[in-house]
Design a binder for this molecule. Structure first.
Ligand code: TGC
Ligand code: FAD
Length: 388
């Protein structure tokens, strides 16, 4: 019996260092995360602060950034870590994505030297938690329509508005907030203890339950002039941060798919009906073969995009291809695996429906499948179809 990714000998495309990093994260996940994750999901919680410290000690937070206590690994290393984390749960990978690729990246790329020195070492160590507020109740796929404002008042900035669906938002120490100014959209670093800043949990979630999700309200939040990210000018700056997190999802979603497929393979090999294991039925083998093809193709694409990123040539459109493919196929695989597990597949005793439910979010955040389809369409035709 051959594990799905071994069929294509994907491991032979990785360096020794890449395999080491992947195996280290996998061991940590097996020892510290897997035993607890279904309970976190059931209760609807994630111990973000504790995990931040553990991930910080492992060097996972902002791991592909250079300096300021970050590990400075390759993009492929980061992607492989995301695969292992999301094999446990999309909520765990989200926590790391938001901290490293959105909060820390926005400071690393667009912050001043002082802002980098102030925030990055403690975010990398997991002593502090960061979040990233772009989406609003009335501005999701179309962030250009955001209503949050930042106005000058003497030397200060005053921010007003509401941000919605913000991962890590209830526990964060610092929020990267995107707001409209007289000169266009700008990024700001908001310490969450600032008067006028409040965070409220988003409840009743059926997906990404092991994740902290918040609504952020900014009511006359007064910040010093130095709170603006000096390089964070225009919507394009926010979208550059999204490219980083989307890249992590290209690898991450395939981790969820791999976990589902391995679970279904094991289940089909041991569960007997009509006098033989489910794995012996041709219809089951067809499902398993089709899913193995998509998982393998997805991983080869992810590695290709990772190599392009490490070479410095990865384009946003290529990230969209990967995000669209990985999330769409991973969700299809998780749903198909659920059918193989029959009734057992709907419980938290197995990870498949939990992953399928999480992947509904992963398909939606960081740009919906429709948005990434339109990005690819625009690249192919030269015509932007977002606004009809
Ligand atoms: P548009 O006019 O096309 O673009 C505005 C400016 O931005 C540039 N640009 C990009 N730059 C870098 N990377 C990208 N991916 C870029 N996409 C566009 C563009 O060239 C332009 O630059 P300039 O110099 O000409 O001004 O903007 P638009 O308003 O028409 O919107 C385009 C669209 C729909 C693709 C964009 O708005 C979009 O991507 N919408 C989806 C929003 C989204 O993904 N939100 C995610 C929020 S964060 C989140 O979900 C975190 S989840 C937690 C986790 O990761 O775990
Ligand atoms: P809408 O934009 O209202 O879209 C609804 C539907 O309409 C979608 O299917 C969409 O594809 C479709 N649609 C919209 N416009 C078009 C069009 N032009 N053509 C065709 N179809 C279209 N955001 C943050 O800023 N920070 C975070 O940390 C964060 N974390 C999140 C965590 C969770 C659990 C979730 C669910 C979301 C999170 N988000 C975060 C927000 C996420 O990015 C948005 O949900 C996403 O961008 C979609 O926005 P929306 O939900 O408002 O949907």
């Amino acid at each position: 019996m051959t594990p799905p990714l071994q069929l294509l000998a994907v491991d032979t495309l990785l360096s020794d260092e890449e395999r080491d990093i992947r195996d280290t994260v996998r061991r940590f996940a097996d020892d510290h995360l897997r035993p607890a994750v279904s309970d976190w999901f059931e209760v609807g919680t994630l111990p973000v602060r504790e995990l931040a410290k553990e991930f910080g000690a492992l060097g996972l937070l902002g791991m592909h950034l250079q300096g300021y206590g970050c590990a400075g690994t390759s993009a492929v290393d980061y992607g492989l870590a995301c695969t292992e984390l999301e094999a446990v749960d999309g909520g765990v990978r989200s926590m790391v994505s938001v901290q490293g690729s959105l909060s820390m990246y926005s400071i690393h790329r667009f912050g001043s030297d002082e802002q980098r020195a102030e925030w990055l070492p403690r975010l990398a160590a997991g002593e502090l938690v960061g979040c990233f507020g772009l989406t609003e109740p009335d501005a999701g796929s179309d962030p250009a329509s955001m209503r949050t404002t930042a106005r000058r008042d003497g030397p200060d900035w005053v921010l007003d508005g509401t941000k919605m669906w913000i991962t890590n938002g209830n526990v964060a120490d610092v929020a990267t907030v995107w707001a409209r100014t007289d000169e266009g959209i700008r990024g700001f670093l908001v310490p969450t203890g600032t008067p006028g800043f409040t965070a409220r949990p988003v409840g009743r979630k059926l997906s990404l339950r092991a994740s902290d999700t918040a609504e952020l309200v900014l009511d006359g939040v007064r910040l010093p002039g130095t709170a603006r990210l000096p390089g964070g000018n225009g919507l394009g700056a926010a979208l550059k941060c999204l490219n980083e997190a989307r890249f992590g999802i290209v690898f991450g979603a395939l981790g969820a798919a791999r976990e589902c497929l391995e679970t279904a393979l094991e289940y089909a090999g041991t569960r007997t009906q009509f006098g033989r294991p489910l794995a012996g039925f041709q219809l089951t083998q067809r499902k398993l073969a089709d899913m193995t093809l998509e998982l393998g193709k997805g991983m080869l694409l992810a590695l290709h995009l990772g190599r392009l990123k490490d070479a410095g040539t990865l384009t946003p459109e290529q990230v969209s291809v990967g995000k669209l493919n990985s999330t769409r196929e991973a969700l299809a695989i998780a749903r198909e695996c659920r059918t193989i597990l029959g009734g057992s597949g709907i419980t938290l005793d197995y990870p498949v429906l939990r992953h399928a439910l999480n992947l509904e979010t992963v398909l939606t955040y960081e740009g919906t499948a429709e948005m990434h389809t339109l990005v690819v369409g625009q690249a192919l035709t030269g015509l932007a179809a977002f606004r009809g």
